[in-house]
Write a protein that binds this ligand. Structure first.
Ligand code: ATP
Ligand code: MG
Ligand code: MG
Ligand code: MG
Length: 565
């Protein structure tokens, strides 16, 4: 490719709306352009990067036994009604009607559709395991699309789904994908960390997020410098609270309104209005309301609290009869703690600011200054700290103080069990001829987000520093003065040689000043620059500059290729 005909408009200035460096550089280097909030067009250079990332993913998926398919983006509502997610998915799902009034959505993910695909045609255990994947546009109407490709609304995802005959098979498929993901990120030349992740709404089984380490990341990662424990802070477990806090105030019974509302409890707790308070209410059944107060900037904490409360409530529901039989109140919960007879969840970050209160949603059963380890039977309960993990908290595996780092969730792997196959009726006949639901797993990689993450991790004041495996071109040959025929001809010859050696090469033959071209090369971030000026023409001196280190080498026509390769 010749730069003189390449459509790669570069900008010297940063667009105001681009807050993080990957977004800024993708704009400036002419990789993407915005269409609307969270929607982007890839320009030729940006698309080359996407294609290279996709190719690495494709090769590793195929090597792991994956078979590529392509499903429609538009999905009929009926499938989602079968799984129950048409109602459950919420506003991130972009919904629409066709001319006959039938409901559709733009696929935010494809579990339903792929399960539907196999339900009639996978009949026997002999057809398993089956691993199907696609690389395709997803659409999620994100509440706050931002950071360019990092959180967009339309984005490219590789999604693979595994089908197995039993839990062992499912776990083996999971391990295959875990290993394939490890190879993918290694091949892309990115520093990453697989971290134990909360599998949130999907429920059950295990999950890892593959995070690319970068300060701009939205994930906080706790990792152990001693053993291999690493988990997102939504997931990282804190050691149970076993000792009462030393400065705990005495337990005090207080009168509260019989019906707790966010307002009445806020007022009761005297939570200062100027604090950023987010009160999250969960209606658990007809007459119970759980309230959780979050202080400060707790966007992530909210997710963790929601997930943990969901878990606690399931537990409580299951134990309800036993708790009632023992004379307990199954709805024993308060604004900060939940007591369910077996477990108390406490947001200690709130406790530090306010004395915890627990109580049923009834009059005169509230206690102030609750100190769970002191006030409840330690044998009957476990107290889980709901605050986020912090640097220095003990590793749950080996006790070593944890360290924290930031990362970008670029991919995630899950086991799904039989959640979708059971709902959609995807069964097979096992060795005994018995009908069984398929055991599934799902495995996503955000292709655009991976590209953004690669830039977040690899850039400097001049621009992007691409890892070679995903660079738009590996080598750029710059004719210093392309108006001079001899320089241009020499540069063209070098370009041809590189191409013949199967090196992905761009010839910068633009009749621009050398300074402009060098700036663009650095901004776009080609890993290797070969500079062809008068010295090359006159003395066969070929200058090779390595983008990452800035090192400059001089070679002869005979030996430069070995270095450039
Ligand atoms: P997040 O927590 O950032 O919202 P997610 O957990 O909802 O992501 P998954 O459902 O696990 O995302 O999807 C698999 C992958 O798709 C993610 O790991 C990420 O790389 C990518 N992805 C998800 N949402 C977006 C988005 N809005 N823009 C770009 N990529 C995305
Ligand atoms: Mg999301
Ligand atoms: Mg996530
Ligand atoms: Mg995820």
């Amino acid at each position: 490719m010749r730069a003189s005909s390449l459509y790669a408009p570069t900008l010297r200035n940063t667009p105001a709306e681009a807050e993080i460096v990957s977004h800024q550089l993708m704009y400036r280097a002419g990789l993407i352009r915005k269409v609307a909030g969270g929607m982007y067009t890839f320009l030729p250079l940006g698309w080359r990067v996407i294609r290279k990332i996709e190719q690495i993913i494709r090769e590793e998926m195929d090597a792991a036994g994956g078979q590529e398919v392509m499903m429609p983006i538009l999905q009929p509502a009926e499938l989602w009604e079968e799984s129950g997610r048409w109602a459950a998915y919420g506003d991130e799902m972009m919904r629409m009607k066709d001319r006959h009034g039938r409901n559709f959505c733009l696929g935010p993910t494809h579990e339903e559709m792929i399960t539907d695909l196999v339900r009639d045609e996978v009949r026997s255990y002999k057809q398993l395991p089956l691993l199907l994947y696609q690389i395709q546009d997803k659409f999620r109407d994100e509440r706050r699309p931002r950071f360019g490709l990092m959180r967009s609304r339309e984005f490219i995802m590789k999604d693979l789904y595994s089908f197995d005959k039993d839990v062992e098979g499912m776990n083996a498929s999971y391990q295959k994908m875990y290993d394939a993901y490890t190879r993918i990120y290694n091949r892309m030349g990115l520093a990453f960390r697989p971290v134990e992740a909360d599998n949130g709404a999907i429920g059950g089984g295990h999950s890892h997020e593959f995070t690319v380490l970068a300060d701009a990341g939205e994930s906080n990662i706790a990792y152990c410098p001693h053993c291999d424990y690493a988990a997102s802070d939504e997931k990282a477990e804190l050691a149970p609270i076993s000792a009462p806090a030393e400065d705990a105030l005495p337990l005090e019974k207080v009168a509260t309104p019989g019906t707790n509302t966010i307002e009445s409890l806020c007022d009761f707790l005297k939570i200062p209005a100027e604090k950023t308070i987010k009160a999250v209410a969960y209606q658990t059944d007809a007459d119970e309301l759980v309230l959780v107060f979050l202080l400060g900037d707790h966007e992530v904490n909210e997710v963790k609290v929601i997930n943990q409360i969901a878990g606690a409530l399931e537990l409580r529901m299951a134990d309800e009869a036993a708790i009632r039989a023992a004379g307990g109140c199954p709805g024993f919960m308060g604004p900060i703690g939940i007591k369910n007879g077996t477990r108390i969840l406490v947001d200690a970050s709130v406790m530090e600011l306010h004395n915890a209160v627990t109580g049923a949603n009834e009059q005169d059963v509230h206690y102030k200054n609750v100190n769970p380890a002191r006030d409840f039977d330690a044998a009957a309960i476990t107290v889980t700290d709901l605050r986020m993990v912090r640097e220095g908290d003990p590793c749950p595996h080996c006790g070593t103080p944890l360290k924290m780092t930031r990362g970008i969730e670029a991919g995630q792997v899950f086991t799904l069990g039989t959640k979708y196959s059971a709902a959609i009726g995807a069964t097979f006949l096992d060795e005994q001829g018995k009908e069984q639901p398929l055991y599934m797993g799902c495995y996503g990689i955000g292709v655009g987000r991976t590209m953004a993450a690669a830039i977040e991790q690899n850039n400097d004041a001049q621009g992007i520093v691409w890892p070679r495996a995903i660079a738009p071109y590996e080598v750029v040959v710059v004719a210093v003065n392309a108006k001079k025929d001899d320089q241009l001809a020499y540069a063209e010859a070098i370009y041809e040689e590189c191409q013949a050696a199967h090196i992905d090469t761009l010839l910068d033959d633009r009749k621009e000043r050398a300074g402009v071209k060098f700036k663009d090369c650095d901004l776009i971030g080609y890993p290797v620059r070969i500079t062809i000026g008068p010295k090359a023409v006159e003395a066969g001196d070929i200058e090779v500059k390595v983008r990452k280190t800035g090192e400059v080498y001089h070679f002869t026509r005979e030996d430069y290729l070995a270095k450039v390769r």
